[in-house]
Design a protein around this ligand. Structure first.
Ligand code: PLP
Length: 390
């Protein structure tokens, strides 16, 4: 059979994996340990921290979707990021973007403070700063595109080429798009990782992570570390995430339709100062998004007129959008990055990254678009009546 398309790979993941009973859905293996066939005669699995059939099925499915060699399922998205840090020694240099997810920023800056490695934080769209950072010969360059929460894009192919010229590994956080919309390994990255908590599981009932390597050897090294430090994901979470994965391509289609409509609505609403969404023609990454992604995704952020008071009034007047940290679930969520997802960054670092008090982030869900727009319209109008009364 020729190479399967993404939707087929997602739906078929785990089917035919039960050789004993022919269960159509991959069974969940909760056993923590597995018997040996006899003295020194191991089966494929012996202990679930090291390897578990349900987790292996999920890891393999993501590796296939990302077109990589080894998929490692971790307990959280952050533990996938932390796993990559195991590749680094005290004298190694890491380059991270100034506007990555607040938890990643917190992890790298705090580990660097404890001398686990050296760190340069850079705006990866600032060509001169990036060239200077690469001149320092980093071992690892972390990329997050589109970035959280400002949806800035980085040209993965161009950056990976420049990184490889100086011998740096490139690891891309693909959480915001999922392999349905972007496949960083095909663009030259060495590692791609996800918080599966988000789109991959898609139902806001699992916290998990996954990391995929382009090469077998690097994958085996990281799998060794994942077992060594004990950050592999649970069988139950793997089962749920595998279940969620099957509908990822159709969920993404609907997320996308709704997100495009929301972005257009926001650009025309008088309460909005600025919308950050790569699907808009005036977004600085619009052309790159068209080349590097297969669509624009369903995450966006905007600056509201009236500062924090307007943000609070908006939140108080929404019924459908839930005020919550996460993203990528079927339900629409709204958040205030400065006090929520990016609270782990000092205010000065937030401002340097462009995260203001007026910035609001949306994870557009798959509810009926008429209800989504009517809710936003109601909330935004209320926010401005406060502004107008002052
Ligand atoms: N990467 C991105 C882009 C995220 O948004 C998050 C969480 O919000 C993470 C990584 C960390 O994932 P987790 O919360 O599953 O540890």
């Amino acid at each position: 059979m020729t190479a399967k398309k993404i939707a087929t790979t997602a739906v078929r993941a785990g089917i035919n994996s039960d050789k004993h009973h022919g269960a159509v859905v991959a069974p969940i293996h909760l056993s923590s340990t597995y018997s040996l066939k006899g003295f020194n005669e191991k089966r494929q699995f012996d202990y679930s921290r090291t390897g578990n059939p349900t987790r292996a099925t999920f890891g393999q499915a993501i590796a296939e979707l990302e077109q990589g060699k080894v998929g490692i399922v971790t307990s959280t998205g952050m533990s996938a990021v932390h796993l990559i840090c195991q590749l680094l020694s005290t004298d190694d240099l890491v380059v991270i973007p100034h506007d990555c997810y607040g938890g990643s920023f917190r992890l790298f800056t705090h580990l660097a403070k404890r001398d686990q490695f050296k760190l340069i934080v850079v705006d990866q769209n600032d060509e001169a700063a990036l060239v200077k950072a690469l001149g320092e010969k980093p071992k690892l360059v972390l990329v997050e595109t589109p970035s959280n929460p400002l949806l800035r894009l980085v040209d993965i192919e161009k950056l990976a080429k420049a990184c490889h010229e100086v011998g740096a590994l490139v690891a891309v956080d693909n959480t915001f798009l999922s392999p349905v919309l972007q496949q960083p390994l095909l663009l030259g990255a060495d590692i791609v990782f996800h918080s599966t908590t988000k789109y991959i599981n898609g139902h806001s009932d699992v916290v998990g992570g996954v990391l995929v390597t382009k090469e077998q050897e690097l994958g085996e090294k990281l799998a060794w570390w994942a077992n060594c430090i004990g950050i592999t994901g649970s069988a139950f979470d793997s089962f749920l995430a595998l279940r969620g994965l099957k509908t990822l391509p159709v969920r993404i289609k609907q997320h996308q339709i709704n997100a495009n409509a929301v972005a257009n609505f926001l650009t025309e609403h008088s309460a909005i100062e600025k919308v950050y969404f790569p699907g808009l023609a005036d977004h600085p990454g619009h052309e790159l998004a068209k080349r590097q992604q297969s669509d624009f995704g369903a995450m966006m952020s905007f600056e509201i007129k009236g500062g924090v008071a307007a943000v609070k009034t908006l939140f108080d007047n929404l019924e459908l959008f839930t005020l919550a940290q996460s993203l990528g679930g079927v339900e629409s969520l709204i958040s205030h990055p400065s006090t929520m997802t990016h609270a782990g960054m000092e205010i000065t670092a937030q401002l340097e990254a462009g995260i203001t008090q007026s910035l609001v982030r949306l994870s557009v869900g798959i509810e009926d678009i008429d209800d989504i727009l009517s809710d936003l319209n109601h909330g935004l109008n209320a926010s401005q009546s406060i502004v107008n009364n002052n």
